[in-house]
Write a protein that binds this ligand. Structure first.
Ligand SMILES: Nc1nc2c(c(=O)[nH]1)N[C@H]1C(S)=C(S)[C@@H](COP(=O)(O)OP(=O)(O)OC[C@H]3O[C@@H](n4cnc5c(=O)[nH]c(N)nc54)[C@H](O)[C@@H]3O)O[C@H]1N2
Ligand SMILES: Nc1nc2c(c(=O)[nH]1)N[C@H]1C(S)=C(S)[C@@H](COP(=O)(O)OP(=O)(O)OC[C@H]3O[C@@H](n4cnc5c(=O)[nH]c(N)nc54)[C@H](O)[C@@H]3O)O[C@H]1N2
Ligand code: SF4
Ligand SMILES: [Mo]
Length: 691
C-alpha cells in the first residue's frame, strides 16, 4: 500500500521545510519538498533530497552497544551489542552511584541541534535532568551572541518574513550564506531581482551566494561593527535617516550620532579593508532604495565582538525606518514569535525537588575545560544526544583529552557512530525524523508544523523522548510528567494564551500540517513587526543606547573592539585569520559520513590567497600544515580569491574519514563572545607552511 506522510525537516536550518515522504509497504521510497508550503515551495536542499540514503544507510546504529576497547579506538569493533535493558540498567546504576558519591551535578547532559523538533529536541530530557539535579548546559554554540545583540536593540527575536523579500528592492546578505545555508530564501530573492532589486553580500568569503550577487563586499573578519558605524556616519551625515521613525520609536539616537561621527569612511576603510568610496556607496544605496531588507545570519556573531556586531547591524533598519515597509526591515532569527509552552515542556521546577535550588550551568563551548579542569563537583558522567561534541566544539584537542578520561562515564544516543561515539562507554541507537512524530517551529519563517512519523523505528532505535521516559522509570521518578506520550507533549506545547497561537491546536495541525502564526488575527497579511514601533524592550523603543548593555561594562551604543585573535593583534607567530567554515552539503558534522554527500563537497582543503601562498612558496595542490598554539592539521592548499589577503578558510569535517585527520576545530578557540557566551569559530589566528 502506498501513502504520503507529511513531515517537517528537523535539522538545524532556518528553512524548516515541509516534507512529503512516500511510504510503500512500510518502507519510505521517496522524499520531496511540499509544493503547497509557502516557503518550501516544492524543493529540498541537496542534503535532505538524499535522505533515504541516511535513513537506510548500512552505517545506521541499530542496537545498543557497550565499549570493550580503549577509549578513542575507532570502529564497530570497539563495541559489543547489548540489550536495552542492560544499557538502561547500567546507566541508571552509574548515575545513582555518581550522584551519591559526588552529587548529582557531577552529571552533565550535552545536546544541541541534531533535531530542532520541540518534542525530540528538549522536553523529556530536560524534565529528566532537572529531576535528577544534573548540571545544566548553557546551549551557546550557535546563536546566543546574536540573540543578545539582536534583543538588546529589538527586544525580541522577530523580523522580516522570507515571503516578503520578493518585494525588496535592496537586499543585503550580511554574514549570510543564503545559497548554502538558507536556500529557501533564494527564490524570493531571485523574484525581487527580476523586479530590479540589487543583492549585496557582505562576507569575508566568496560563498556561492557572493558569486552570484550583484556586489560582493569582502569584509575583513570581525570588523562588521566598524562597517555598520561607517554606514551610520554617512546616513546621519548626509541626512538620509528617517528622523520621524527615530524620534517616535527609538531611544539613544543622539549618543549614537556622536559615536558614528567618530567613524568616517576613511577610518572604517582601514579597519574593514573596504574602500571609503564603497562604504559611502553602500550606505547611500541602502538608505535611499526602498524597501531595503537585511538578511543577517549567524556568521556575523561567531567572532569575539559578535554580539556587538549584531547589535550594530540591527540598528540600521531602525535608523532608516525600513521596518515600515513590506519587504523592508531585517531578519536574523524569527524564533521569538513561537510562544509555545516551554515551561510546561521542560519543567524547570523539578530542579527544586531534587536540589532545592537551580543547578549550576556549564557553557557548552568550554566542554574541554569543564572535563579537564578542577571543578567542584567534577564532571563524572556525560549524556550526549542530538550532538557530536567531539567534532563541533571548539578547541577540540582539549575536548578529546576530557573525553579520553577513563573515570568519565559517557553515554551517546546517536544515529551513527560519530567521533563522539569513539569515546562512549555506552552507545544507544536513535531514530531519524522518519521514525518519530514532532512539532516543528522555525527560526527562518513563521509557520508551525506537525511532523508525522512515516515508518516504524529501524532495528531497536528509540526516539529521545522514549529513552528519557525509560530512564526516568529506571531511576524511580514517579511524577506523571514522565509518562506523557509524544502526542500529549505536542498538546502540552500548544497550551498557550498567546494571541499569535490562536486557532492552532493539536487537531488543526493534524489536519493542516502547517499553520502560519496568527499575527493580525487573520491569515496571509504581511507581518510588519515594528512598523509602528512596539519594541518589547525595557524602554518600549528600539534601543540605540541600552542601559542594560552599558551596565554590563560595554559601550551603551556600540563601539568597535577588535577581536584579540585578529590581524589587529599583529601576531608574527600566527598572522593568518582562519574561517573555520560549514560545508554547503553537510549540516555541521551531520551528513559528512555519507559517501553520497561527500561526493558533492570539496573536503580537506585550505583556501588561501595567492599573495599569502606565494610568500610561503605554496602552490595550488600542495600539502600544507596549518597550526597554532592549540593544534595542527594537514590540508591541501587551494590557492585563489575565495578569501582575501591574510585570511584562510577550511571546512568542518569528521576526522578520520578518507584517512585524514582534518577536523578544523583543533584550531578554533574556546574563548567566548563579548555578550551571550557564544562561540568564536571565526576569531582564530593560524600559521601555514608547506608540509
Ligand atoms: N548547508 C548547510 N546549511 C546549514 C548549516 C550547515 O552546516 N550547512 N548549518 C546550519 C546552522 S547550525 C546554522 S547556525 C545556520 C547558519 O547560517 P549562517 O549564519 O549563514 O552560517 P555561517 O556559515 O556560519 O556564516 C555565514 C557566513 O558568514 C561569514 N562570516 C564569517 N565571519 C564573518 C564576519 O566577521 N563578518 C561577516 N560579515 N561575515 C562573516 C562566513 O564566511 C559565512 O559565509 O545554517 C544552518 N544551515
Ligand atoms: N568549526 C566550526 N564548528 C562549528 C560550526 C562552524 O561553523 N564551524 N558551527 C557551530 C554551530 S552553528 C552549531 S549549531 C554546532 C552544531 O553542533 P551539533 O548540534 O552537535 O551538530 P551536528 O554536527 O549536526 O550533530 C548533531 C548530531 O545529532 C544526531 N541526531 C540527529 N537527530 C537525532 C535525534 O533525533 N536523536 C539523537 N539522539 N541524535 C540525533 C546526528 O546524527 C548528529 O550526529 O556546531 C558548531 N561547530
Ligand atoms: S536542511 Fe534546511 S533546506 Fe534542507 S530540507 Fe532541511 S530545512 Fe530544508
Ligand atoms: Mo548553528
Amino acid at each position: 500500500m502506498k501513502r504520503v506522510v507529511h513531515a517537517a525537516c528537523p535539522h538545524d536550518c532556518p528553512d524548516a521545510c515541509s516534507v512529503l515522504i512516500t511510504v510503500e509497504d512500510g518502507r519510505a521510497t521517496r522524499i520531496q519538498g511540499n509544493p503547497d508550503h509557502p516557503v518550501t515551495r516544492g524543493f529540498l536542499c541537496g542534503k535532505v533530497a538524499k535522505y533515504l540514503d541516511r535513513v537506510y544507510s548500512t552505517q545506521r546504529l541499530l542496537r545498543p552497544m557497550r565499549r570493550v576497547a580503549r577509549k578513542g579506538q575507532r570502529g564497530m569493533e570497539a563495541f559489543v551489542p547489548i540489550t536495552w535493558d542492560e544499557a538502561l540498567d547500567t546507566i541508571a546504576a552509574k548515575f545513582k552511584s555518581i550522584a551519591a558519591e559526588f552529587g548529582s551535578e557531577a552529571i552533565l547532559p550535552f545536546s544541541y541541534g541534531g533535531t530542532l523538533g520541540n518534542i525530540q529536541g528538549s522536553t523529556m530530557d530536560h524534565r529528566f535532568f532537572h529531576r535528577l539535579g544534573a548540571s545544566q548546559l548553557d546551549r551557546t554554540i550557535c546563536s546566543t551572541a546574536g540573540e543578545a545583540g539582536l534583543t538588546s536593540v529589538l527586544g525580541r527575536k522577530l523580523g522580516t518574513e522570507p515571503e516578503q523579500f520578493r518585494h525588496s528592492r535592496y537586499i543585503i546578505a550580511w554574514g549570510a550564506n543564503v545559497h548554502g545555508n538558507n536556500i529557501h530564501l533564494w527564490p524570493f530573492i531571485e523574484q525581487a531581482r527580476r523586479n530590479g532589486a540589487k543583492l549585496v553580500v557582505i562576507d569575508p568569503y566568496k560563498t556561492r551566494t557572493a558569486r552570484v550577487a550583484d556586489w560582493h563586499i569582502q569584509i575583513r573578519p570581525g570588523t562588521d561593527v566598524a562597517l555598520a558605524l561607517g554606514m551610520m556616519h554617512v546616513i546621519f551625515g548626509e541626512r538620509l535617516a528617517d528622523e520621524d521613525y527615530i524620534a517616535r520609536y527609538t531611544v539613544g539616537a543622539d549618543k549614537l550620532r556622536a559615536r558614528a561621527a567618530q567613524y568616517p569612511p576613511e577610518r572604517v576603510a582601514e579597519i574593514t579593508g573596504i574602500s571609503a568610496d564603497d562604504i559611502r556607496k553602500l550606505a547611500r544605496e541602502y538608505a535611499m532604495t526602498k524597501p531595503a531588507a537585511i538578511r543577517m545570519n549567524y556568521g556575523v556573531q561567531r567572532s569575539e565582538n559578535g554580539a556587538t556586531a549584531v547589535r550594530a547591524i540591527a540598528m540600521l533598519p531602525c535608523i532608516i525606518g525600513s521596518w515600515r515597509h513590506v519587504g523592508g526591515g531585517l531578519q536574523l532569527s524569527l524564533s521569538g514569535a513561537f510562544a509555545l509552552n516551554k515551561q510546561g515542556l521542560k519543567r524547570p521546577e523539578l530542579m527544586q525537588k531534587s536540589l532545592g535550588r537551580a543547578a549550576r550551568v556549564l557553557n557548552m563551548n568550554q566542554l574541554g575545560k569543564h572535563l579537564t579542569e578542577e571543578l567542584n563537583p567534577p564532571v563524572k558522567a556525560l549524556f550526549v544526544f542530538n550532538s557530536n561534541p567531539a567534532a563541533v566544539v571548539p578547541n577540540r584537542t582539549l575536548v578529546l583529552k576530557g573525553l579520553q578520561r577513563d573515570d568519565l562515564f559517557t553515554v551517546v544516543h546517536e544515529q551513527f557512530l560519530t567521533e563522539t561515539c569513539e569515546y562512549a562507554d555506552i552507545v544507544l541507537p536513535a531514530t531519524t525524523f522518519f521514525e518519530h512524530a514532532d512539532l516543528q517551529a522555525s527560526y527562518g519563517h513563521y509557520h508551525l508544523q506537525r511532523s508525522d512519523a512515516a515508518i516504524a523505528p529501524l532495528g531497536e532505535a528509540r526516539c529521545n523522548s522514549d529513552v528519557f521516559r525509560a530512564l526516568a522509570e529506571r531511576m524511580g521518578f514517579t511524577e506523571d510528567c514522565f509518562r506523557q506520550t509524544d502526542e500529549e507533549l505536542i498538546a502540552e506545547a500548544l497550551k498557550s494564551n498567546d494571541p499569535w497561537m490562536k486557532g492552532i491546536t493539536p487537531e488543526s495541525l493534524a489536519e493542516k500540517h502547517s499553520q502560519r502564526l496568527k499575527f493580525n488575527g487573520d491569515d496571509g497579511e504581511p507581518f510588519l513587526p515594528f512598523a509602528k514601533g512596539g519594541f518589547p524592550t525595557a524602554s518600549g523603543k528600539a534601543e540605540l543606547y541600552s542601559e542594560a548593555v552599558a551596565s554590563r561594562g560595554f559601550d551603551g551604543t556600540v563601539d568597535f573592539v577588535p577581536p584579540s585573535e585578529s590581524r589587529h593583534a599583529r601576531s608574527e607567530k600566527y598572522p593568518l585569520e582562519l574561517l573555520a567554515r560549514k560545508h554547503d552539503n553537510f549540516l555541521n558534522s551531520t551528513f559528512a559520513n555519507l559517501q553520497g554527500h561527500r561526493t558533492m563537497e570539496r573536503t580537506g582543503d585550505l583556501e588561501l590567497h595567492p599573495t599569502d601562498a606565494a610568500a610561503r612558496n605554496i602552490t595550488d595542490g600542495d600539502r600544507v600544515r596549518v597550526f597554532n598554539g592549540r593544534g595542527q592539521l594537514h590540508l591541501r592548499a587551494r590557492v585563489g580569491y575565495t578569501v582575501g589577503e591574510g585570511v584562510v578558510a577550511a571546512g568542518l569535517d569528521w576526522a578520520g574519514l578518507d584517512g585524514g585527520e582534518h577536523n578544523v576545530n583543533v584550531l578554533t578557540s574556546d574563548r567566548l563572545t563579548d555578550m551571550g557566551g557564544g562561540a568564536t569559530f571565526y576569531s582564530a589566528l593560524v600559521q601555514v607552511e608547506k608540509a
